[in-house]
Design a protein around this ligand. Structure first.
Ligand SMILES: N[C@@H](CCC(=O)N[C@@H](CS)C(=O)NCC(=O)O)C(=O)O
Length: 230
């Protein structure tokens, strides 16, 4: 079967887009990519996207597919080997944990953009609860669900990448407290599809985004990022 033409519409910093990029690259499915400005969404995008959110995958020039989890399952079904379990219960559980991971991204966002110290600590505590659950769920590896790469790996990688970059004494991510997740991240972060899943100037863009936040968390995390350099 010939593969459809895939056009991924992206924001440069979006973790949900990054999940789809990792999935597409892992599956070696060719795709075209367009970056749009979150502050100035083009009319053609708003016309095509029912939610106004990215990722948007335009299939064969005219069918817009949205929601990263759905896009990733679609991409996965295009070519074998498949990245979701064959067993219905295990597949349902993978979908449930993928939804859980999306809530974790939102908790990360609240932590990164917390306007006050109190909100920063509240967001941290909420994220810690989630990370503890993920730690219990993480298998012996090297991938999250066992020996093989699944959609949970591409889904969780953008979360851990950001926590890994944004080290802070008050970060929910203290690797020594999550030995399974830390070992998993060591393996996953070295994969080429993960290393090659963000824009080249991701770090600088993240720093600009954090510095532009008013209030407690953003400038503090940006300063930490700048201090660690490289
Ligand atoms: N549930 C969606 C979330 C996507 C999402 O929130 N994307 C953000 C960028 S990271 C977005 O487009 N935000 C624009 C907006 O909310 O207006 C998915 O998994 O695709």
């Amino acid at each position: 079967m010939a593969l459809p033409h895939l056009h991924l519409v992206s924001f440069p910093l979006c973790p949900f887009v990054q999940r789809s990029v990792i999935t597409l690259k892992h599956k070696k499915v060719p795709f075209e990519r367009t970056f749009i400005d979150p502050k100035d969404l083009p009319g053609w995008f708003l016309e095509k996207s029912p939610t106004g959110k990215v990722p948007l995958l335009i299939v064969d020039q005219d069918t817009p597919l949205f929601e990263s989890a759905v896009i990733n399952e679609y991409v996965d079904e295009l070519t074998p080997p498949h990245l979701m379990p064959a067993d219905p219960l295990h597949r349902a559980l993978a979908r449930a944990w993928i939804a859980f991971a999306s809530d974790m991204i939102m908790a990360l966002h609240r932590w990164m953009t917390a306007p006050t110290e109190e909100a920063f600590r509240e967001a941290r505590d909420e994220a810690v609860k989630g990370l503890r659950r993920m730690e219990e769920q993480c298998q012996a590896g090297p991938c999250f669900s066992g020996p093989d790469f699944t959609l949970l790996d591409s889904t969780l990688a953008p979360l851990l990448m950001r926590y890994d970059m944004l080290q802070d004494p008050d970060s929910p991510w203290q690797p020594a407290e999550y030995p399974r997740l830390a070992r998993w991240w060591q393996h996953i972060s070295a994969l080429p599809e993960v290393q090659d899943s963000t824009v080249g100037d991701f770090r600088e863009r993240l720093m600009r985004f954090l510095n532009a936040q008013e209030g407690f968390a953003g400038p503090r995390l940006a300063a930490g990022l700048a201090a660690r350099g490289h």
